[in-house]
Ligand binder design. Structure first.
Ligand code: G6P
Length: 606
């Protein structure tokens, strides 16, 4: 989604802003801009399209100074255009603002501001903000911003500069992330940590409602009433190289290959020496008290939730529902204080999931967040957090964040089962030991890459594909299908094997590609009947099997055999070859794999 950067110090601000915006490109955007103090004036340059367009504009006009703000916009209110791009300014250009989020009451604010004589250039919700600041400006930009934001409903992270108060940045956070990078003789603001990593690892995390006044030598943070807030910077342990491609052609391929490590790190965070799973913050009474669980998530994280439901019910015997967060929040869910709500979100910022967390807390449920981003909104609002240790995921299509979410689900199910004594320790140990072996297993799964490359060449020209599975394989198939459509733009749908005859089989014709996941010995004969049904109607069938099921599927067109694992754990081993398949199909088609069209990494609008 949108990205914010800001700088004040002694260096060339434009260069630093452009570098910061580049590092936030993965968030998805359709236009970009900067506003910089150049001498006594603020100069604002903005441009529709990729950062290279903005760069070309900056070469034409000299924009040099030591303080400025920059933005990448992902259109919500108003089409992508030069005018709708940020920074937005007051009519005299003396106040410039970058904004992430949505101002929900912008229409009424526009009416009010128009009645006072303000005119609007753009169609955006954001433009009300510089006008409001201008309306209140009386020689103190901090006071004017404080008064202006008291009118705003919605979510906003803001960076503000004002021509009359040079070399000062104002930063505001409310329901949209914003951090301050604290350097030596220079300070930064950013919507995401990678933008400041080349300069500093010391970061102030702003809380909702806080306003910061930043100069090159100082950071002062205030609450919404203007009272000073005492806060120390925290040190973040992300390496800069972790946010780079590390020799791979795309971040997605790099991140697929990082999965053995990501899974190992996540396992290590909760379990050591094969002992019990540890979960601080849950007392025995709370854990045994939950009567029901509801998992809330969006996109790929929702697929992790679907697996989580089956695993929790199987191991811990707690009835579990899974809801798309965008549905959950409007469906009047039955929640009470005997319920556990698990919010899964790699970014920790997805607007619908965050709203689900708030609703669950309001109704008295206990909320556990599973997220990859420390300090994210969801992690801060939940009662308890399980951080996955995937490291920064730059590619929009989620890979290592997903498999670590699966690992989190298994670990939590094991923890519940151990605490509630629902299975014998020896039974749980079988699953636990195989889970602990998963990093090595995934190394051998990755050896299938050559075969997947070959397969992708056979099928990449297709326009439609169908995925089939039963039980956990059905959930794995859903994620495989999503990955394929996200980055290759091939239409694909997933069906439970048993549903085939109830409609979808009508779509099968000569050459239709059907991808079946079949890893469970108990039901692979049923799956094979479904494979035969589509083969008989001319389908090109590809089966992702494992060592124990491969022999069952003799009549398919192609087969990929994955290493054998406990039937409960197959969603992790199936995820990796299906990610590779999506990757190589998109690669053969020449698509923009890391930044697929229309998609954003972090969806902070509803
Ligand atoms: C976007 C991303 C998906 C992600 C979904 C939920 O659509 O492109 O990859 O699965 O949001 O994101 P979250 O951060 O909540 O896991």
């Amino acid at each position: 989604m949108c990205g914010i950067v800001g700088y004040t110090g002694n260096k060339n601000a434009t260069e630093i802003l452009m570098k910061g915006l580049k590092s936030l490109e993965y968030r998805g955007y359709d236009s970009a801009g900067v506003a910089v103090f150049t001498g006594s004036k603020i100069k604002t340059v903005k441009e529709k399209g990729r950062l290279k367009n903005l760069k070309a504009m900056l070469l034409e006009t000299s924009v040099e100074g030591n303080t400025g703000i920059g933005h990448t916009r992902w259109a919500t209110h108003g089409v992508p255009s030069d005018i709708n791009s940020h920074p937005h300014t007051s009519e005299d250009g003396k106040i410039a603002v970058v904004h992430n989020g949505i101002i929900e009451n912008y229409e009424e604010l526009r009416v009010m501001l128009k009645s006072k004589g303000y005119t609007f250039k753009s169609e955006t919700d954001t433009e009300v903000i510089p006008h409001l600041i201008d309306m209140y400006y009386d020689g103190d930009v901090f006071c004017a911003v404080k008064k202006a934001v008291s009118h705003l409903d919605g979510s906003y992270a803001l960076g503000v500069i004002c021509e009359n108060e040079p070399d000062k940045l104002i930063a505001v956070r409310n329901r949209s992330p914003l951090i301050i990078g604290a350097g030596e003789g220079e300070n930064f603001i950013a919507s995401d940590i990678p933008a400041v990593l080349p300069y500093t690892r010391n970061v102030f995390f702003l809380d909702d409602g806080e306003i910061a006044v930043i100069t090159k030598g100082s950071v002062n943070i205030y609450d919404s009433d203007g009272q000073a807030v005492e806060k120390l910077p925290e040190t973040v342990n992300l390496s800069e190289t972790a946010a780079q491609k590390g020799g791979y052609e795309h971040f997605m391929l790099k991140e697929i290959h990082e999965q053995p490590k990501a899974v190992a790190d996540t396992l290590r965070s909760r379990i050591s020496n094969g002992k019990n799973v540890k979960f601080d913050g849950f007392d025995a009474e709370t854990v045994t008290g939950f009567e029901k669980i509801c998992i809330v998530a969006c996109g790929t994280a929702y697929h992790a939730g679907l697996v989580g439901k089956m695993v929790i019910e199987k191991l811990a015997k707690v009835p579990t529902d899974v809801e798309l967060a965008s549905e959950f929040r409007y469906n009047e869910p039955l929640l009470d204080n005997n319920m556990l709500v698990i919010a899964i979100s790699q970014s920790g910022e997805t607007a619908d999931t965050l709203a689900g967390v708030r609703l669950a807390k309001e109704k008295g449920a206990y909320v556990l967040a599973i997220t990859n981003v420390a300090g994210s909104s969801i992690s801060r609002e939940a009662d308890n957090v399980f951080y996955t240790y995937a490291g920064p995921e730059i590619s929009v299509a989620s890979t290592k964040a997903y498999t670590t979410q699966l690992v989190a689900m298994y670990l939590f199910a094991l923890f519940l089962a151990e605490s509630r004594k629902t299975l014998k320790p020896t039974e749980l140990d079988i699953v636990k030991n195989e889970l602990l072996n998963m990093p090595e297993t995934l190394e051998s799964v990755l050896e299938l890459e050559g075969e997947i490359k070959r397969l992708s060449k056979e099928i990449y020209k297709e326009t439609d594909m169908y995925f089939l599975g039963r039980g956990l394989d059905y959930k794995a198939a859903m994620e495989g299908s999503l990955k394929l459509k996200e980055i290759s733009y091939i239409h694909s749908e997933t069906y439970a094997g048993g549903e085939l005859k109830h409609g979808p089989i009508a779509l099968i014709e000569e050459g239709t590609v059907v991808i079946a996941i079949s890893t469970n010995k108990e039901i692979c004969a049923k799956m094979d009947s479904n494979i035969k049904e589509v083969t008989a109607r001319g389908a090109y069938t590809v089966v992702f099997a494992n060592e124990s099921t491969a022999t069952q599927h003799k009549e398919c067109s192609d087969i990929i055999t994955m290493p054998e694992v406990n039937p409960l754990l197959t969603p992790i081993t199936s995820a990796v070859p299906l990610q590779l398949l999506a990757y190589y199909v998109a690669y053969n088609k020449g698509e923009a794999i890391d930044k697929p069209r229309n998609l954003a990494k972090s969806v902070t609008v509803e």
